[in-house]
Write a protein of this length. Structure first.
Length: 218
């Protein structure tokens, strides 16, 4: 049983560490949305908040497994199962409302496009210029939107004019990212279930070892 408990402890900590790493990934992704993309603060803050809660939870799981605390492991497993259910619901929400989110992204781009100062200067420093540099695009539907395309429409390495419009680029990027996010959350749920299973089994193993020690003292 001692060997079995050690093995379970190893796998429990291993899955908890993976869980912690993924939670850091959520925090980084949320921060990226907040500081680089903008306009989607709710999603960014949600990911940062979710990642922070998961990171704290994973630390509890690692500590419980390392110190072989039966009650802590059970508490951790219950919390993780609750989080897995919540994340599964979020996954369904993301899947159902993808089209609505893309429409919102399209409207958000319209606002950014209208907000840029006119006339457009070659060294345009508006938010749309940052988008053009980041996505390698130009204007709303293409370079023809400008009488004289600003510097942000040119590739910094080749000095060639980017002809593709930013609207389509952004919508395609968000659509692809949305799919990746759904896959990420699905993997997250699977890992949460693995963490819960190993925590429950390890807790039972520790409890059984303690009971045997009480009934069959050395």
């Amino acid at each position: 049983m001692a060997c079995s408990t050690k093995t379970l402890k190893f796998f429990a900590i291993k899955w908890d560490v993976i869980y912690a790493i993924l939670s850091i990934g959520l925090i980084v992704l949320g921060s990226f949305i907040l500081f680089k993309i903008g306009r989607f603060d709710t999603l960014g803050y949600s990911l940062v908040g979710m990642g922070s809660v998961v990171l704290l939870t994973s630390i509890i799981g690692i500590a419980g497994a390392a110190r072989e605390k039966n009650k802590v492991l059970r508490f951790f497993a219950i919390i993780v199962i609750a989080l897995a259910i919540a994340h599964a619901i979020i996954l369904g929400f993301f899947w159902v409302f993808k089209s609505s989110f893309l429409v919102k992204a399209d409207k958000a781009f319209d606002e950014v496009w209208r907000e840029q100062p006119t006339p457009i200067k070659p060294d345009n420093g508006s938010h749309i210029a940052s988008i053009e540099r980041w996505f390698g695009c130009c204007g709303n539907s293409g370079a023809q939107d400008y009488h004289l395309p600003p510097h942000s429409c040119y590739d910094s390495k080749t000095d060639k004019l980017n002809l593709e419009g930013c609207r389509d680029k952004i919508v395609d990027f968000i659509s692809d990212s949305w799919t990746c996010l759904n896959i990420f959350i699905l993997i997250f749920v699977v890992i949460e279930l693995m963490c819960a299973i190993f925590s429950f089994v390890l807790a039972n193993s520790i409890l059984n070892r303690w009971r045997r020690a009480q009934y069959y003292p050395k």
